[in-house]
Design a protein around this ligand. Structure first.
Ligand code: AMP
Length: 377
């Protein structure tokens, strides 16, 4: 397999912050980047060589895009299967369409995990209210009803506290195909961001500890403060990347239960928000690994130079006006990443801060302090 070398043009399906950080890594290494999405002036488009604006189901536009690049990756797993297929007839898509197919649907994802014998949250397939009621009797309450397709950041999900709430929950999600998950009283959430090369080489960044707020990632730190389960989490991630024959980056999100068991919550077949700290903390970031993997280059070192913490900046921070950037940047060790999004809606990921320190808890303290300074006027 001939590697795709600097100077080549890489295609990205999707145009959000993940594509932006991929494009920045790629351009630093001398590649050109074209991005494809229905939007204009996008986080990726602003830093790419070309921003192609068309709908994902405009397959003529998709083919024209593919003609001008040497490989295509994605930063958004809800790209329709037909789009990935149209690209794959012209240039390689990495990770392949089969990975998208599994990861873009919770039912297929959980079924795949179950068949692979990997630990996951107990779930049931739901296509009617009657099935939901039966599944609630089976799994018990509380439980979480999630749409099978197109869900992320806690969207498309409803918590059910008592069996009497079944009908309202079913209606809230519009009566579409769902999965019902048992509520997991987890002690903490962790993730493993890993990369697999075309030759099957596997690298990972170890376990990252995550805290969510309102279903959205809030703060990540590495290394985790409680070490247990690390080796197992990495081995589960390896089994997933091998089993799905991933060429690229994939993040596995886990719940860790009180008795130390790991349950896979979700797979993301691309760089992940919890891996953003690798940009400032590691020799090669998750975005550079994505580039190396999809271009068929040797994977880079995942060595972490110092403990690190990342805090997301959501649109909510803009509610009282422009955040006080000077106050956060007055701390010389804080790294600011903004994604170039014009409109700061509540819950929208606008950027993140990273801090490095001698211990993960000190890094977390610094990054939280810097974020609080943003709303001090
Ligand atoms: P998801 O979009 O499925 O990753 O869910 C977003 C967040 O909601 C997770 O990171 C958890 O904090 C919470 N959550 C989702 N599913 C469950 C579950 N089965 N039990 C407990 N918490 C959950």
């Amino acid at each position: 397999m001939t590697p795709i070398l600097p100077g080549a043009t890489l295609g990205v399906l999707g145009s959000g912050q993940l594509g932006r950080m991929f494009a920045l890594a790629a351009r630093r290494m001398g590649y050109r980047v074209h991005t494809f999405s229905p939007d204009t002036d996008t986080p990726t488009g602003q830093v790419a060589d070309m921003e192609v604006v068309a709908n994902y189901d405009d397959l003529d536009a998709v083919r024209a895009f593919a003609q001008n690049v040497q490989v295509v990756t994605f930063e958004f797993e809800n790209v329709p299967a037909a789009t990935a297929q149209a690209v794959a007839e012209i240039v390689p898509v990495r990770p392949g369409g089969h990975v998208l197919h599994v990861a873009q649907n919770r039912l297929r994802e959980k079924t795949w995990l179950a068949q692979a014998g990997l630990p996951h949250t107990p779930f049931r397939h739901i296509t009617s209210l009657a099935e939901l009621e039966a599944a609630l009797r089976d799994l018990g309450c509380p439980a979480i009803l999630k749409t099978a397709g197109f869900g992320y950041d806690g969207k498309g999900q409803v918590r059910i506290q008592t069996p009497g709430e079944a009908s309202a929950a079913w209606q809230e999600l519009g009566g579409q195909e769902c999965v019902l998950e048992a509520f997991v009283p987890f002690e903490r959430e962790v993730s493993v961001v890993a990369t697999r090369g075309q030759d099957g080489a596997f690298v990972h960044y170890g376990v990252i500890q995550n805290a969510h707020a309102n279903g959205i990632l809030d703060v990540s730190l590495a290394p985790p403060e409680l070490g247990a389960g690390g080796a197992d989490a990495v081995e589960i991630a390896r089994a997933i990347l091998d089993g799905l024959d991933v060429v690229g980056v994939l993040c596995v999100e886990f719940f860790v239960t009180g008795d130390g068991r790991l349950l896979v919550n979700e797979l993301a077949p691309r760089p992940h928000n919890s891996g953003h700290l690798t940009i400032d903390a590691c020799v090669c970031s998750q975005f550079e690994q994505q580039l190396r993997a999809v271009c068929g280059l040797p994977l880079g070192s995942t060595e972490r130079l110092r403990p690190a913490a990342m805090a997301n900046l959501l649109g909510d921070l803009w509610q009282g006006g422009e955040p006080n950037w000077a106050a956060a940047l007055a701390r010389p060790d804080i790294k600011l990443h903004l994604y170039g999004k014009e409109e700061a809606r509540p819950g929208r990921k606008m950027g993140h801060l990273t801090a490095l320190a001698d211990t993960p808890s000190e890094a977390e303290r610094r990054v939280r302090q810097a974020r609080e300074a943003l709303t001090r006027r």
